[in-house]
Design a protein around this ligand. Structure first.
Ligand code: SF4
Length: 378
């Protein structure tokens, strides 16, 4: 069996970014303290899988988990270690927003065992940062990155978003220059998604900001890949690149059907087999449920064999190394080539996928149109 990952959702931020539709609210000390106690209660009373798989990754996501104090994060890690068997060489990641941490705090994070930072730079253009409602400047990004290195973080992932309203290719290339000059071990790259009912969606609707240009965003994706490969990065997942050996161990669990157990409001879990479940999204309601009976699960899905086959294809194809026909057959006793003969022929013909021996994988063009490819397998 594959080792499990633990996800801890910390739903607090200093301000609300205009494009954000995550389950997160404004930070204040009292709410954070109550929430941490509730998370610990949830971890202590968790009995969803018995015995659970051993754990080798822990991920503090959000929100802005770096707003929590080192003692709060340490208390959460202690609760996880008491409830689960956690490997000594676990990857322990925290998401950090530029300007949200002092260098002393980062040193304290390292001291409690956090060994990886996922760093939300998004763009190095101050006008774009302001338009997105981000709470930091590009100088904050450079400075926090230096502080991370000084504190001993030798595994840093940088997030960038392309396709912002009004963004030009020249501006995007300046972003790439800045990002790669920092030499992060890992880069996560997103194309902007405009979610209904976010302030950004309203700004675009009312003409305050231009409509994002999807074709230009696709060119930015290509430019990003060319630049990253030239810089020695491996493109290992549709949206993720890394220096050799630095793939995100936690996130990889989502793509290889490993178990992961999520805690906190809106957290999702998977037992590695046939069951997925999700917690209440609303923070207040989550807290009430935990205080009442120690759990806040509001949704559960039992996967059929067909669901698992579809997931194996569309999650497996996210990995650029490709999906093994042999592994698929061993797992499901069926040949993917027979099951999806016409879809595979269509996508091969369109240049969206390619076969290399036992491996089926997306081409670069396929990575950009991945949702169309995946839809055929669901
Ligand atoms: S920092 Fe992240 S989670 Fe917080 S509001 Fe901005 S996008 Fe959302």
């Amino acid at each position: 069996m594959k080792n499990a990952g633990i996800y801890l959702h910390i739903p607090f931020c200093l301000s609300r970014c205009s494009y954000c539709d995550f389950a997160t609210g404004m930070y204040n000390e009292a709410s954070a303290e109550r929430y941490v106690l509730n998370l610990i209660t949830e971890i202590e009373s968790w009995r969803e899988v018995e015995p659970p798989e051993n754990v080798d990754t822990i991920y503090f996501g959000g929100g802005t988990p770096s707003l929590l104090t080192p003692p709060q994060l340490e208390a959460l890690l202690k609760a996880v270690r008491e409830r689960f068997t956690v490997s000594a060489n676990s990857e322990i990641t925290i998401e950090i927003n530029p300007g949200s941490v002092t260098s002393d705090k980062l040193t304290a994070f390292r001291e409690i065992g956090i060994n990886r930072a996922s760093f939300g730079a998004q763009t190095f253009d101050d006008h774009e940062l302001a338009r997105l409602g981000r709470s930091h400047s590009s100088n904050d990004t450079r400075q926090t990155f230096r502080h991370l290195r000084d504190a001993g973080f030798d595994n840093i992932s940088l997030d960038l978003i392309a396709g912002l309203p009004g963004q030009t290719m020249a501006g995007w290339k300046r972003n790439l220059d800045e990002a790669f000059s920092l030499r992060p071990e890992h880069v996560s790259f997103y194309l902007l998604e405009v979610h209904q009912s976010t302030p950004l969606a309203n700004h675009i609707k009312s003409g305050l900001q231009p409509q994002p240009d999807e074709d230009l965003a696709a060119e930015m994706y290509e430019a990003m890949l060319d630049r990253a490969v030239a810089e020695g990065y491996e493109h290992y997942e549709i949206s993720n690149l890394c220096l050799p050996g630095r793939a995100a161990r936690h996130n990889t669990k989502y793509w290889i059907a490993a178990p992961y157990y999520g805690f906190g409001c809106s957290a999702h879990s998977y037992d590695g087999g046939f069951r997925r479940w999700a917690n209440e999204r609303d923070l207040v309601r989550y807290s009430e449920m935990i205080e009442q009976d120690g759990k806040a699960i509001v949704q559960e899905t039992l996967l059929t064999e067909a669901d698992r086959q579809a997931e194996a294809v569309f999650l497996g194809l996210r990995m650029m190394q490709g999906l093994s026909f042999r592994d698929y057959e061993e797992l499901f006793g069926a040949d993917l080539r027979d099951q999806h003969e016409s879809d595979l022929a269509r996508f091969l013909e369109a240049g969206l996928i390619e076969c290399n021996g036992d491996l089926l994988r997306l081409t670069r063009a396929g990575a950009l149109l991945s949702n169309e490819v995946f839809a055929a397998f669901v």
